[in-house]
Design a binder for this molecule. Structure first.
Ligand code: MRU
Length: 361
């Protein structure tokens, strides 16, 4: 039997028959494609914390399906008892990773359903929670499609594109954010040359981006994180596209550690640096990057996790932030599903949200 292409799998799915969230365990890629089923709060929490499911939009979708399934299991007809347990489970899931705002954004959306349907029987609230979770996933697909269209308008056939980490299909429900213009260009015969940073310490660029792009037939070259200046100086890169975990109201952007280095280098070589940002990842309640909570991860990820043998002395001090903040003045544009925002971002992002409100009535 012909092996299934990685692009044919769903990153996150609700499996109603199994009463579970079905995800690709991304820690096993690219060597093994294994679908795992998450049922309990602990399983969902751990899958997010351990990056079995990762990438801001995919975390949001997993949290939405997760809280729906957990709500489904609350055995009561009493709204107050239901709500109290719902909030407890929601807070627990929300504690799994702090930086990607999509996690709390999706959980808030789900809680709103709970709040606004107080007068209905609990069984009906559960049904509405399912509808909302499915809508969050479907919207994610539409959003990525739009990011692809707006992003593609910024580049030309044959361009060299650099990307960092994995903001691809594996980080979303489909198409990815930073990869959406690449996939759309591929469909239109643009023949991009893509350079994927390996992305230490967890190698999302090597294990996931290089894998999904090559599986899609995109011309992709893997480089180490410290090579972005070299390829830009060679004149091989026409644009950088990255994803994001939280964009502050002034445009400062938290994304995978190393992103800000790429942005600074891009500025030095006059390469436009684009952030692909679903509005669900833009946090207008966070004024600047200063206020973004950056997740710190275990030292072992740096010293031994991806090595055959430990590659650092025992007991060495390690600093391992999972994300960094790219200052808004290093960003050429923020591509959203409602258009492209440019500096001054405080104003242009506000306008994006006004357009969103107008279009959604
Ligand atoms: O730690 P990860 O793998 O969840 O980090 C992922 C990133 O930083 C992505 O660039 C970001 O979430 C955007 S995904 C469309």
């Amino acid at each position: 039997m012909k092996e299934k292409n990685i692009m044919e799998y769903e990153t996150v799915a609700l499996d109603e028959e199994q009463r579970a969230i079905a995800i690709i365990d991304q820690t096993l890629l690219p060597g093994r494609t294994e679908i795992i089923y998450l049922r309990t709060a602990k399983e969902i929490w751990e899958a997010i914390y351990l990056l079995k499911v990762r990438g801001a939009p995919a975390i949001g979708v997993a949290a939405a399906f997760g809280i729906y399934l957990l709500a489904e299991g609350i055995d009561t007809q009493d709204y107050n008892v239901f709500r109290e347990e719902f909030v407890k489970q929601k807070e627990y899931l929300n504690s799994s990773r702090p930086t990607a705002v999509n996690l709390s954004w999706a959980l808030e959306r789900m809680e709103k359903v709970c709040r606004e349907n107080e007068e209905y029987p609990v069984a009906q609230i559960k049904e509405r929670l399912k509808v909302e979770a499915i809508a969050i996933k479907e919207e994610d697909i539409w959003v990525c499609k739009m990011l692809g269209e707006y992003g593609l308008s910024l580049v030309n056939p044959g361009d060299g594109i650099l990307t960092h980490c994995n903001a691809g299909q594996l980080a979303t429900s489909k198409y990815g954010t930073a990869t959406a213009p690449i996939y759309l260009g591929q469909e239109k015969g643009y023949q991009f040359r893509v350079f994927a940073d390996e992305t230490r310490p967890l190698l999302q660029g090597a294990r996931l981006t290089a894998y999904e792009l090559s599986a899609s037939g995109v011309d992709v070259t893997l480089i180490c994180d410290n090579m972005s200046a070299a390829v830009m100086r060679n004149g091989w890169i026409d644009a950088v596209f990255v994803g994001c975990d939280r964009v502050a109201a002034n445009g400062d952007t938290a994304n995978k550690i190393g992103t800000s280095v790429v942005a600074a280098v891009a500025k030095r070589y006059r390469v436009p640096f684009y952030v692909c940002a679903p509005t669900s990842t833009i946090d207008m309640n966070t004024p600047t990057g200063e206020e973004i909570h950056i997740e710190q991860r275990p030292a072992e990820e740096v010293t031994q996790m991806w090595y055959k043998e430990r590659m650092a002395p025992e007991g060495i001090k390690v600093y391992n932030p999972a994300f960094d903040v790219t200052d808004h003045d290093l960003i050429s544009a923020i591509v959203t599903e409602y258009g492209i925002a440019r500096a001054p971002f405080t104003q242009s992002l506000q306008e994006i949200f006004e357009r969103k409100a107008k279009m959604n009535g």
